[in-house]
Design a protein around this ligand. Structure first.
Ligand code: ADP
Ligand code: ASP
Ligand code: MG
Length: 422
């Protein structure tokens, strides 16, 4: 008998029919003798619907009070889907109980809308498991020290599931979603994308951080920190397929590099349309300038991703960086009002229609010429590269958003990702 955590995403929980399929699948696992904890997302579209209601009432608020209410609101999506799943399981004759984050409790810090899990109390859950119940814990949410409901950021149910698995020392955490595993790139953009049977933890971490939304990055970090065996698989296979076949399907995240993985130089391509670029032209090239610009941005709690400073000409230089698109307007306002005047009012230009495309692979460590192959392939398509950043196992470029799909397809082909590799 094992303790298994299942996580079901929004599409997997998208209707009462889907929820009933999930209940049948979970009941199958429980009847096979496993202790089962299930972490559902809200029904698909529900989180967006709720947040749009808030926006209709109050378009551009960023106060703590407002963010607190957004979390109160958004958390209801998971509370509803969790209760519905418990009801569906009970209807299957399977004892089940659902808990909201605060009831477990799943303790987080108080950073509303992007809270981080600090600890999870396992007492109540264990007692129910020992009493033979399936335990359902809402994804995406927790409670802070003062008792306020918090949420973990979009896609946060993945993190809830892995954190629950870590807290319970589960044998495995299975992330059920609307694709049958982790692919070389988003199969909705490149139909030739291939499913990876295994992907290394490091690669998955990069892919998640660079935009592959199949797993929220925090969930991968948790899996790494607590060595939670993690698998991504489809919730759209028939619920009654052989349990051993199901358990071996999808993509396993591995923690050890094996020879097979070293063969692929590039394992995947990630992309992300969530950033915007800000360029400041003609800033004085002297010590302290980067700090003056980026210090102010950081103080406003705006995260910066890529940064480029050009060589100087006549004592002046150009400085560009990217921020999340949601923070773009705020960053521009802040620079114009508070930073640029003290720099001799250089020109500032912004571009929100950019995207970041990245190639990822642990094989890049031991191969040269990978980045130049990427640049060649983009140039053959006539795509201009605006910014570049590299690390040991990834190269990212910023390009015009309108070329995103073309770039991803070209790179997928250039690195033979559509070919079966060993
Ligand atoms: P869920 O609601 O189950 O959490 P998400 O929509 O958050 O599902 O994540 C699954 C989606 O991630 C897929 O439908 C797919 O379009 C997208 N995706 C992006 N990159 C990849 C990738 N490399 N492999 C698989 N899916 C990917
Ligand atoms: N329901 C939340 C969202 O849509 C969390 C999740 O689905 O993982 O972002
Ligand atoms: Mg998701």
């Amino acid at each position: 008998m094992a303790l298994i955590v299942h996580k079901y995403g929004g599409t997997s929980m998208g209707s009462t029919e889907r929820i009933s399929q999930v209940a049948k699948r979970v009941a199958k696992w429980a009847r096979a003798g496993h202790q089962m904890v299930v972490v559902p997302s809200a029904m698909s579209g529900e989180t967006n619907r709720l947040l749009a209601l808030a926006k209709a009432l109050s378009p551009a608020q960023v106060t703590q009070d407002h963010l607190r209410e957004l979390d109160m609101l958004a958390a209801t999506g998971e509370q509803a889907s969790s209760a519905l799943l418990a009801i569906a399981l009970q209807a299957e004759g399977m004892p089940a109980i659902s808990y909201a984050g605060w009831q477990v409790p799943v303790r987080t810090n108080d950073a509303y809308t992007k809270a981080r899990i600090e600890s999870i109390d396992d007492q109540r859950v264990r007692a129910d498991l020992n009493a033979g119940k399936v335990v359902i814990i809402t994804g995406f949410q927790g409670v802070d020290d003062a008792g306020h409901v918090t949420t973990l950021g979009r896609g946060g149910s993945d993190t809830s599931a892995v954190a629950v698995a870590a807290a319970l020392k589960a044998n495995e955490c299975l992330i059920y979603t609307d694709v049958d595993g982790v692919y070389t790139t988003d199969p909705r953009v490149v139909p030739e994308a291939r499913r990876l049977k295994t992907v290394s933890f490091e690669e998955m971490l990069e892919m998640a951080s660079l935009g592959s939304k199949v797993l929220q990055i925090r969930s991968v970090e948790f899996a790494g920190k607590y060595k939670v065996p993690l698998r991504v698989l489809s919730s759209f296979t028939p619920w009654d397929i052989d349990i051993h076949e199901e358990a071996a399907s999808g993509t396993l995240i591995t923690f050890e590099e094996d020879e097979q993985m070293e063969q692929a130089v590039v394992s995947g391509i990630a992309f992300n349309r969530d950033e915007a670029k800000i360029s400041i032209m003609g800033v004085p090239d002297k010590p302290g300038i980067a700090y003056q610009i980026l210090g102010a941005v950081a103080q406003a709690n705006i995260e910066v991703d890529m940064i480029i400073q050009n060589i100087s000409k006549d004592g002046k230089t150009d400085f560009s960086f990217t921020v999340h698109r949601n923070d773009y307007a705020r960053a521009m306002d802040l620079l114009k009002a508070h930073v640029l005047p003290s720099l001799g009012a250089p020109e500032v230009m912004g571009d929100a229609k950019i995207c970041k495309v990245s190639i990822v692979g642990i094989g890049m460590r031991s191969h040269v010429g990978v980045a130049s192959k990427m640049f060649r392939s983009l140039s053959e398509e006539g795509i201009n590269i605006q910014m570049i950043s590299t690390s040991e196992i990834k190269t990212s470029v910023v390009i015009d958003e309108k070329y995103m799909e073309l770039a991803v397809r070209a790179l997928h082909k250039a690195f033979d990702l559509d070919q079966n590799q060993a």
